[in-house]
Design a protein around this ligand. Structure first.
Ligand code: CA
Length: 517
């Protein structure tokens, strides 16, 4: 990808004419709307269609035994990626990368945001996709979980205080000056009580609707689409981001999901629920799976309701719709209780489904899209490739989807990043990061190298996903020096491209791993 030249213009764009031809009436040449839906922790295999004959040959694993009829139908109208990954599969870092097209070290969001990690927060100066779209004539709305900022003492109802008094503080309020071009707002930082959610609106007024958050957020999205109360400027194309929290945990009781959805899985035993042979159902987490799948189905139902309204309003033809997630959920695979922040497929692989009627043809595609590519690719799909800011570190892969003959080199591998807390001071405040692991995935192999705090080698994971799709056999890297060396070179190349701390600090060289200069 390194040689490809993307025409880019300097920022800021203020003062330039909007490119959409959309500042006046809703004319036939209006730029496409963009509806971007990304639930939290929705793994790639939690989509029933992967077991259907058309799709099964594109993945080496079984789909989870989930009910996702609306996503199945949506997939049949879309490009479905089978190799999309979350570069840094953790809530806040993913959101920072998605919003900016930049790696964590540049956008500021290196760790999951909370008050003890004040350095991990979205850089207010970073150019976000919503900044570019607003400057290009779009009206931008955000609904749901943001979790890209450190909590500040800025509760609109209680100035000088955090929005929640708990310690440590996770939830956050985002004031208008930090909303990056989003004109319409109905959001919060992070809050994991699915049937008692809360939000701050455009004016900073808090709402506590006391209902299933996915249903409530879909109702708000439908209000935005209908525009009955002037939610948006109907003369402009819209960019609406819908960030559902489920199927994120908790997974303990009917407080965490809808009973009608749980009923679909209530009578299934572990042999039916756990189709991945790498799952350990003796883990304490094992009963969580029914609640997880219930929330997958809850998201599916509400996503279907949103698409139905888009169609009823006649907006579907000129709207790019994306369904993806910030990362997956290990759900007892690999013996870990941590749902994310690992390179295993259950965590690293994400759904990525794009529908753009009349512009992109339905098919399964093996493009290895990673998180920094999302922003430039969406801008490219909207015909705004000339407006991709120079700060973007991902690649515009829109020619792959549009099949329009424009030059575009498909990625040959994807990068994986895992950071942990750096040093903590006497107040428990985290300073810097500890870059514990980096990895690379090709069309066949997955490799991760992790280090101890003294930067000695901690472990190497190496999987042949073709022969071992559930990643159950860690190939001894010392027994396969040529393969390992090739993957180290691929990793080193990605680290260099990303100007990652592992590249700058020559960590692979310090580990004695064969990397050409
Ligand atoms: Ca998350």
């Amino acid at each position: 990808m390194g040689n490809r030249k993307i025409p880019r213009i300097a920022y800021p764009l203020a003062g330039l004419a909007a490119v959409c031809g959309c500042s006046g009436d809703n004319s036939a040449v209006q730029a496409p709307n963009i509806l971007y839906v990304f639930p939290d922790q929705f793994r790639a295999s939690a989509l029933a269609f992967w077991n259907e004959p058309e799709y099964a040959g594109y993945v080496g694993w079984q789909a989870d035994p989930v009910h996702t009829p609306n996503l199945d139908r949506f997939a049949s109208e879309s490009v479905v990626l089978n190799s999309a990954v979350s570069t840094c599969p953790l809530s806040s870092p993913h959101r920072g990368i998605f919003l900016t097209g930049m790696y964590p070290e540049r956008n500021g969001v290196t760790l999951n945001c909370m008050n003890l990690r004040p350095e991990s927060t979205l850089n207010p100066e970073a150019i976000c996709i919503s900044d570019v779209l607003k400057e290009s004539g779009y009206f931008c709305g955000y609904i749901g979980k943001l979790h890209a900022e450190t909590p500040m003492k800025n509760d609109p109802a209680n100035p000088g205080h955090y929005v929640n008094g708990d310690h440590p503080v996770w939830d956050a309020y985002t004031p208008p000056e930090r909303r990056h071009g989003y004109d319409w707002w109905y959001s919060y930082g992070t809050h994991d009580v699915h049937k008692d959610p809360h939000y701050w609106d455009t004016d900073g007024v808090r709402h506590d609707p006391h209902e299933y958050s996915v249903r409530h957020e879909t109702d708000k999205a439908i209000e935005f689409l209908r525009n009955e109360n002037g939610e948006r400027d109907a003369g402009k194309p819209f960019f609406l981001t819908v960030a559902y929290n489920p199927p994120h945990s908790p997974y303990r009781s009917m407080e965490d999901c809808m009973e009608e959805d749980y009923a679909l899985y209530a009578d299934m035993d572990y042999d039916e629920l756990y189709v991945r042979p790498n799952a350990d159902t003796t883990l304490s987490k094992a009963p969580s799976i029914r609640y997880y799948f219930a929330n997958v189905t809850g998201v599916d139902r509400e996503f279907g309701r949103l698409l139905a309204e888009l169609k009823r309003l006649g907006l579907d033809k000129n709207t790019i719709v994306v369904f993806t997630s910030d990362h997956g959920e290990t759900m007892c695979s690999h013996g870990t209780l941590d749902p994310k922040n690992s390179i295993w497929a259950e965590s690293y692989s994400v759904p990525f489904i794009i529908r753009y009627p009349g512009k992109i043809r339905h098919r399964v595609d093996n493009t290895m899209l990673s998180t920094p590519d999302i922003m430039p690719t969406l801008l490219g799909l909207a015909g705004l490739e000339d407006r991709i800011p120079a700060s973007v570190e991902g690649h515009d892969l829109s020619p792959v989807f549009l099949e329009d003959g424009r030059a575009c080199q498909k990625p040959e591998s994807t990068l994986y990043i895992r950071n942990l807390d750096g040093e903590k001071d006497s107040n428990g405040i985290v300073h810097g990061i500890f870059p514990q692991a980096r990895g690379v995935q090709t069309d066949r192999y997955t490799m991760e190298i992790s280090v101890n705090r003294d930067f000695s080698l901690r472990s190497v994971l190496l999987y042949d996903n073709e022969a071992d799709p559930y990643q159950m056999n860690n190939i001894p890297y010392k027994d396969h020096p040529e393969l390992f060396s090739a993957l180290c070179e691929a990793l080193a190349s990605k680290l260099q491209e990303a100007d990652d701390i592992w590249h700058r600090d020559r960590i692979m060289q310090r580990l004695g791993l064969a990397v050409k200069p």
